[in-house]
Design a protein around this ligand. Structure first.
Ligand code: PLP
Length: 451
């Protein structure tokens, strides 16, 4: 009986989510028809799945209580298949031949990035798995000074040491300067260190910058280094025919981090680590625990994906993403991405020449990150210098605090390098409207005018 209830809950959630996306996006008639068709078809296919795998599904559902755990195929067969299918699709979109390769959903971009470093180390120094870091020479990793701190953290956690994560210089827009990478590789080699891994960021957290992947890939090939692309933030742009050129060269990466829970609007948590070489995740992480991963099961045990992870039980992150993809379609994600970029372009165009605003870097942003200072009238007349910098540094925090006290809106700020606090507005929700953007500007001016 309990199983019947679970089926009802499943179908209920399924319809609910489908209709939720259906009503939450702007539709024309074709969209509506496509969506209805997609809903009907996917419902049918889901029902067929249930009938076909009744026993296994019930078993999985009972054990996993809908939110679920994913160790082995027998525990969560449908979720395992959903994961494999979706990862393959993502690898196809990256551009790897036939979508071949490997991957896993992990608890976030920081962990996905850590996987990439682990796998790179295993590729070049597999003996570290058994003998530890003393079996390897002094290894160094490279990433830009604008990259996410999780690369440095991976270096610390995995025993490379923070000092062995070498930061690369960027241009004024926050993109890695490839010549600096090559110079630092040569320098490291001369000191007797062994370069191992390069991270290129596709969509940096603050500036939204895309590192030049092709130039970096050339250097990685020349020196035989692992190339990882951290697309936690910018990976979503791969879904857009208009914007995916910003990641061109990504198919040359050995591994990619891509967070559907960021730009694609999937609820937290949903992050994928994708690896070009099949089998290496398994080789790197497997411990072959006899009580879970028996080699003599009656089914193909390559479906037991749990041993590739550094976790034991894994949360089922795939279900909501798979559902969302079914409901919105690839086209729906593309529209979502294009719309968000359009909105940030609207913001950029509105403030770039407006009195009282200064952009942090010149030119149209590559991602939805719009970085700017608001200069209150009292500062507009001040000569440039330390005193003005000091005052400007306090403006964004003060305005944000007032926004929160008034309960009207919120926008992030931070310093970066030698730049004092500036606002960073990002759009990842396509339900945002132009009037929301107008409101934000009005609020900043209303609250900041007398500072
Ligand atoms: C957010 C972000 C991460 C970390 O992702 P989490 O899912 O929050 O762990 C990594 N890299 C970049 C570029 C990011 O913007």
């Amino acid at each position: 009986m309990a199983s019947i209830v679970y089926i009802y809950i499943y179908i209920y959630i399924y319809i609910y989510i489908n209709f939720f996306f259906f009503f939450c996006s702007n539709h024309n008639l074709i969209d509506i028809k496509c969506n209805l068709l997609a809903i009907a078809l996917s419902l049918l296919s889901l029902l067929a799945l249930f009938l076909h795998w009744k026993r296994w599904v019930f078993n999985g559902v009972n054990k996993t209580k809908l939110t679920g755990v994913q160790f082995t195929y027998e525990i969560a067969p449908v979720f395992v298949l959903m994961e494999q299918l979706t990862l393959k699709k993502m690898r196809e979109i990256i551009g790897w031949t036939n979508g071949d390769g490997d991957g896993l959903f992990s608890p976030g971009g920081a962990i996905s990035n850590m996987y990439s470093v682990m796998v790179a180390r295993y590729k070049y120094f597999p003996e570290v798995k058994t003998k530890g870091m003393s079996a390897a020479p002094r290894l160094v990793l490279f990433t830009s000074e604008h990259s996410h701190y999780s690369i440095k953290k991976a270096g610390a956690v995995l025993g490379f040491g923070k000092e062995n994560v070498i930061l690369l210089k960027t241009d004024e827009r926050g993109r890695v300067i490839p010549a600096d990478l090559e110079a630092k590789i040569i320098d490291a080699k001369q000191k007797g260190y062994v370069p191992l891994f390069v991270n290129a960021t596709a969509g940096t957290t603050v500036y939204g910058a895309f590192d030049p992947i092709n130039d970096i890939a050339d250097i990685c090939e020349k020196y035989n280094l692992w190339l990882h692309v951290d697309g936690a933030w910018g990976g979503g742009l791969l879904m857009s025919r208009k914007h995916r050129h910003k990641l061109s060269g990504i198919e040359r990466a050995n591994s990619v981090t891509w967070n559907p829970h960021k730009m694609m609007g999937v609820p937290l948590q949903c992050s994928a680590i994708l690896v070009r070489e099949k089998g290496i995740l398994q080789g790197c992480n497997s411990m072959c625990a006899g009580y879970l991963f028996q080699p003599d099961k009656q089914y193909d045990v390559t479906y037991d994906t749990g041993d590739k992870a550094i976790q034991c039980g894994r949360h089922v992150d795939i279900f909501k993403f798979w559902l969302m993809w079914k409901a919105k379609g690839t086209i729906g994600f593309e529209q979502h991405i294009d719309r968000c970029l359009e909105l940030s372009e609207y913001l950029y165009n509105k403030i770039k020449n407006r009195e009282g605003y200064e952009m942090v870097f010149e030119g149209q942003p590559q991602h939805t990150n719009v970085c700017f200072w608001y200069i209150p009238p009292s500062l507009r007349v001040m000569p440039h210098g330390d005193k003005r910098r000091e005052k400007l540094h306090m403006v964004a925090p003060k305005i944000k605090a007032m926004m929160m006290e008034c309960g009207t809106t919120m926008v992030g700020y931070q310093p970066q390098g030698d730049k004092v606090n500036f606002f960073r507005m990002v759009v990842s929700n396509h339900a945002v409207t132009k009037s929301d953007i107008d409101f934000l500007i009005d609020e900043i001016e209303r609250l900041g005018h007398d500072l």
